[in-house]
Design a protein around this ligand. Structure first.
Ligand code: SF4
Length: 344
């Protein structure tokens, strides 16, 4: 019987997805696509990838850009630490002459490049025989081998991954597993009848492919009540920049606090934050945003104030549109734009 890598590559040669970064050999472009593809579907990435390349055609252009512009172009892709690391890595590569490292170890020294991205880039750009184990690969391989261990990290499948890897075409092999995991061996209702690996898949033979991979019990998400203030100052809507390094670091936001105060409590809190001449006008719609380990349950107040404390800027509609805000605040961002437009 044919081996897994042979079945997989035969299928890939006839069925590879058409994606803008396919067939690419430029490590800059491969790295960019792989960073964007982390935790994001390929369909959603295509638009961002094209926009980034249009604005930053090479690593020097990206390295020279202001961080605000990089974050703005990233807006909507989420996980903003990826964008900050992308920028930092570009600066480092550009400072070293513009050539990307050609080994897994060298790539992993770049900010934001973990084992998966390093192996994907090394295998696709340089033909390094390294299996790139992401969620898709883990799902496919754990099913093919009916792995009965709980898989906490991709390294728990290193042995199986090393056995299956195609050493002559490691980049195509890795991309083939990505495609198979994205379109055929999907988490729910895998399409085993269309799968090239069906002849050797043990989970299929056992009749319960969805049982794999075995996973540890999920950590419950923490719920956090938050209140968002859309504060109309005499010259615009109050915004501030979140501290670098933390959740949504470096992005802009509207002043907010933890908890759900009533109107009087909101006024007192805003005075404590240093706003002067505060008048809380109306409640705003509620909103919810789910992060990896956290859920924000947000309420909002529309507020007028005469003066803001240091660190708070007043933005008009253009000032709002040209800054990067987290998608968690999309609902309040849209209301803020309407308010700012009504003043202009
Ligand atoms: S046969 Fe089914 S379970 Fe096995 S790899 Fe293919 S799609 Fe996945």
């Amino acid at each position: 019987m044919m081996k897994l890598n042979e079945l997989l590559l035969d299928w890939y040669d006839a069925n590879a997805r058409e994606l803008p970064w396919r067939g690419e050999r430029d490590p800059y472009r491969i790295w960019l696509s792989e960073i964007m593809l982390q935790q994001t579907r390929a369909g959603a990435v295509e638009r961002y990838y094209a926009r980034f390349l249009e604005r930053f055609p090479d690593v020097f252009a990206l390295a020279d850009a202001p961080q605000d512009e990089v974050l703005k172009l990233w807006e909507g892709l989420g996980y903003y630490s990826r964008a900050r690391n992308l920028h930092a890595a570009a600066k480092r590569v550009a400072a070293g002459g513009g050539r990307f490292p050609d080994s897994v170890e060298g790539l992993m020294e770049l900010p934001g490049v973990g084992p998966y991205v390093a192996r994907a880039v090394a295998s696709i750009a340089y033909g390094v025989p390294a299996p790139a184990l992401d969620g898709n690969q883990m799902r496919v391989l754990s099913r093919c081998f009916a792995v009965e261990r709980v898989l906490k990290t991709p390294f728990d499948l290193e042995t199986e991954a090393a056995v299956c890897l195609d050493r002559a075409r490691p980049g195509d092999y890795n991309q083939a597993l990505m495609d198979l995991g994205a379109g055929i061996c999907v988490p729910k209702n895998p399409r085993c009848a269309d799968c090239p690996l069906a002849p050797l898949c043990r989970a299929r033979a056992l009749g319960e492919p969805e049982r794999y991979p075995l996973r540890p019990a999920p950590i419950p998400k923490r719920e956090e009540p938050r209140t968002v203030f859309l504060i109309e100052l005499p010259d615009g809507i109050a915004i501030r920049r979140r501290a670098e390094g933390g959740l949504l670091g470096g992005l802009y936001e509207f002043p907010s606090v933890e908890g759900h105060p009533d109107q009087a409590g909101a006024e007192a809190l805003l005075a404590e934050l240093g706003f002067a001449g505060v008048c809380v006008v109306d409640p705003l719609p509620s909103a919810k945003h789910v992060f990896t380990h956290l859920i924000w349950r947000m309420q909002g107040w529309r507020v007028r104030a005469e003066r803001a404390p240091g660190g708070v800027l007043a933005a008009d509609a253009d000032g709002l549109r040209t800054r990067a805000f987290p998608s968690a605040l999309r609902r309040y961002f849209e209301i803020a734009l309407e308010l700012a437009d009504s003043h202009s």
